[in-house]
Design a protein around this ligand. Structure first.
Ligand SMILES: [Zn+2]
Ligand SMILES: [Zn+2]
Length: 200
C-alpha cells in the first residue's frame, strides 16, 4: 500500500468534545490521517459554530478508520446526528457543545468513519497527514497538494470489507443492534444549509 498508508503505533487515545461531556476512546492502530477541504465539511463546522476546529484554509482534520475502533467512555446521551441535505452523509456531533465527532455513511453495513482529530488528546498520535482532499473547496492556501484518490481509497475499502466479513462492522457507537442509528438524523432546512455555507 506504499508509505502513505503507514500505520501509526497502537495506543489508546482520548477524544473529548469542547466541553468535555462526551468522551470516547480511539484505537488508532489502523487508519489514515487526512484533511478534507470540501464545502460540506466546512458547512458542518459553521452550522455547529465550531470553526475553531478547522485547519487553515478551512480543512477538516480527519482520521479515517473503522467504527469498531471507537468506544464511548461517557456522555453517549450527547451524541447527535445531522445531514446537510436529505441524501447527505451522516455527520455525528456532540450536542452538548456542538463539536463535530465523526463523518460516516448513512448505514451500518459500510464500516467506515472519519473522526474529527481536533478532539483527540494527542492529535500527532494519528501520524502525519497522508491525504489532502477536495482542495478546490479551500478558503485559503492548503497545507498540501491534492492527493490522488487511489492512494487512500483502497486501504479504506480494504478495511471496510475486512470489518464487514469478520462481523466487526456491528461494533459501532453509532448504530443499535438492529442497525438503526442511535440518534434521529436532523436534516438541515434550505435556510439552515444556506446560513452554514462557508465564506471565502
Ligand atoms: Zn460537549
Ligand atoms: Zn469534506
Amino acid at each position: 500500500m506504499g508509505a502513505a498508508a503507514a500505520e501509526p503505533a497502537a495506543v489508546s487515545l482520548d477524544w473529548r468534545c469542547r466541553c468535555g461531556s462526551l468522551h470516547l476512546r480511539l484505537d488508532p492502530g489502523a487508519g489514515m490521517h487526512g484533511i478534507c477541504y470540501c464545502r460540506d465539511c466546512q458547512a458542518f463546522h459553521h452550522h455547529l459554530d465550531a470553526a475553531e476546529w478547522l485547519r487553515p484554509g478551512g480543512g477538516s482534520d480527519l482520521f479515517a478508520t473503522t467504527p469498531d475502533r471507537l468506544e464511548v467512555v461517557s456522555g453517549a446521551e450527547h451524541i447527535a446526528l445531522l445531514r446537510l441535505g436529505p441524501k447527505g452523509i451522516f455527520r455525528w456531533y456532540a450536542a452538548c457543545c456542538g463539536s463535530p465527532l465523526v463523518n460516516g455513511p448513512p448505514t451500518r453495513g459500510v464500516a467506515f468513519t472519519s473522526l474529527h482529530v481536533a478532539g483527540l488528546s494527542d492529535p500527532a498520535a494519528v501520524g502525519p497527514v497522508a491525504a489532502y482532499l477536495n482542495c478546490k473547496g479551500a478558503t485559503g492556501p492548503t497545507e498540501g497538494r491534492e492527493t490522488p484518490g487511489r492512494q487512500f481509497i483502497f486501504p479504506i475499502l480494504f478495511r471496510a470489507i475486512a470489518a464487514r466479513l469478520s462481523g466487526r462492522y456491528r461494533q459501532t457507537p453509532f448504530f443499535r443492534a438492529d442497525g438503526t442509528p442511535v440518534a434521529e438524523p436532523h436534516v438541515l432546512s434550505r435556510a439552515e444549509r444556506a446560513a452554514a455555507a462557508p465564506t471565502g
